[in-house]
Design a protein around this ligand. Structure first.
Ligand code: HEM
Length: 471
């Protein structure tokens, strides 16, 4: 445990699993429900009292969170999500094939478009065609270069993807700079202005989508069923067209959601579900390249579970059987966690690690340190998915076998645990199915990952080549 000051604010950094146990307690009565101090920056960025990620009021969070849980944690969702992810994987495959095996691809960019498209579809029911648009954009750029035309073509879909990325980029500013710095310090002020301009563009887009869906719902006769997606569920909540079968209780919960609330929830899905999965898949490709013997076991499992027919669509049940692949994903995230820290505030005075802390102390749970701690992990620096795979059946990983609590908080913990964890695994495993047919390899196999760290660990550039698999 140690303390640091970020923009004048005291952060207590916790690096052991026992220290975070209280913070990640799965109880609605937790003293550590809140994540951030809501500053003027949060209000200006319109993250105050909407969505779920930055909410500090339990009742508001409960009302909003139910929509995530209702739509993402049901068994029906699994099959639907696998179908959509499979379809998009096919589309991306045909784009890559058209570009040819010698075309170097920035996997980070492709993956951002992929995850943006999936999460937008899951949340709004609308297909925004980011992957295909990106392909057309690249082709147009290549043609322009051949013709000697300067500048990039304008593409609405590209603008949308970039606006989500830019919005996410603004989050670290409002977290580490106070209101004075955001508005008066040169350079920071200019950047903040840019983030605010981008926010307007993004919010206008999202409000347009909500408005269009509302009109569609109004024009759908009462005897015709409405499509099931999260946005329709928000729009119809507690109205005569309510599509949710699980009924809500509580006075505040029994009211329809406002447009700003709906926008906040769509935005939170995009913020939580785009960068995380996109980056983790880039890390996966990198680690597969680094550990050929692990890659062989991944391929063996894919071949065994999915069989020889490469055209057969993958089902949720297949994905569930990919246990070594899952162990591999976990090990990649343990070594290079996308989400490597998370914060909590205590509502009342409390004790942690033998010290008494005043209310509203900001605690940083340093997951990256817990995930490499020698007390919980055997030979922690070693990369070996076996520490997550059938550990009960051997004595190779005795520490892992004890399954100590809170030592692998890949998706956080407690009642605020990530609602997208199932979707994330579906996406990652479906993407790994590519390896049955293709070698996706880093263009420079010896180059290290160009990691950047702020809220999460991410890579802006991950250049790969996609070639038919060598058997
Ligand atoms: C590999 C992928 C992902 C990782 C590693 C990840 C990780 C996390 C972590 C660590 C948290 C904080 C939990 C806590 O405070 O205890 C979180 C929260 C959250 N995640 Fe994810 N996530 C991933 C994918 C997704 C996806 C696909 C979605 C799409 C819905 C999503 C949406 C959210 C939301 C909305 C929250 C806030 C939950 C709340 O405050 O109640 N995440 N995620």
């Amino acid at each position: 445990m140690f303390e640091i000051y970020l923009a004048g604010e005291r952060n207590i950094v916790l690096c052991r699993a026992d220290l975070i146990e209280k913070l990640n307690m799965p109880s609605t009565k937790s003293n550590f429900f809140s994540r951030f101090h809501i500053t003027e920056g949060f209000v200006e960025y319109e993250l105050y009292n909407v969505g779920i990620g930055s909410i500090n009021d339990y009742e508001t969070w409960k009302y909003n969170r139910q929509f995530f849980d209702q739509s993402m944690l049901t068994p029906n969702f699994n099959d639907q999500a696998v179908e959509w992810v499979n379809e998009l994987c096919k589309e991306m495959e045909s784009c890559w094939n058209n570009l040819g095996e010698n075309h170097e691809l920035n996997l980070s960019k492709w993956m951002h478009r992929f995850t943006n498209e999936i999460i937008f579809k899951v949340t709004t029911g609308v297909k925004n065609n980011n992957v295909n648009s990106y392909y057309n954009f690249i082709v147009e750029c290549d043609n322009n270069t051949l013709k000697g035309i300067k500048g990039e073509p304008v593409d609405e879909s590209e603008k949308f993807v970039k606006s989500v990325e830019t919005y996410i980029g603004g989050l670290i500013y409002l977290t580490i700079f106070n209101n004075f710095m955001l508005h008066y310090v040169p350079i920071i002020r200019g950047k903040w202005k840019g983030f605010m301009k981008n926010k307007k563009y993004l919010f206008d887009k999202l409000h347009k989508v909500i408005k269009e869906r509302k009109i569609e719902i109004e024009n759908t006769p009462l005897d015709q069923p409405l499509r099931h997606d999260m946005m329709t569920s928000y729009i119809t909540a507690n109205t005569p067209r309510d599509i949710n079968t699980v009924k809500r209780v509580g006075a505040d919960i029994l009211r329809p959601a406002t447009d700003n609330e709906i926008r906040g929830m769509i935005l939170d899905s995009m913020l939580g579900g785009t960068e995380t999965v996109a980056n983790l898949f880039c890390f996966i490709v990198y680690y597969l390249g680094r550990y050929p013997e692990v890659k062989q076991r991944v391929l063996r499992e894919l071949d065994e579970v999915l069989g020889k027919d490469l055209t057969k669509p993958v089902t949720y049940r297949d994905l569930d059987e990919l246990q070594y692949c899952e162990a591999f994903i976990n090990e990649v995230n343990r070594h290079c966690p996308v989400s490597f820290w998370m914060t909590r505030l205590n509502a009342e005075r409390d004790s942690i690690g033998g010290y008494d802390w005043p209310e509203a102390t900001l605690f940083q749970m340093l997951y990256s340190s817990i995930m490499k701690h020698k007390n919980y992990w055997t030979d922690p620096e070693k990369f070996d998915p076996d520490r997550f795979y059938k550990v009960e059946e051997s004595d190779k990983y005795l520490l892992e076998k004890q399954k100590a609590k809170n030592v692998f908080p890949m998706f956080g913990g407690g009642i605020r645990i990530c609602p997208g964890k199932k979707l994330a695994m579906i996406e990652l495993k479906c993407l790994m199915v590519y390896f049955r047919k293709y070698d996706i390899e880093m263009a420079d196999i010896n180059a290290p990952l160009k990691l950047k760290s702020d809220f999460i660990n991410h890579v802006d550039e991950c250049i790969v080549k996609v070639k038919p698999r060598k058997f």
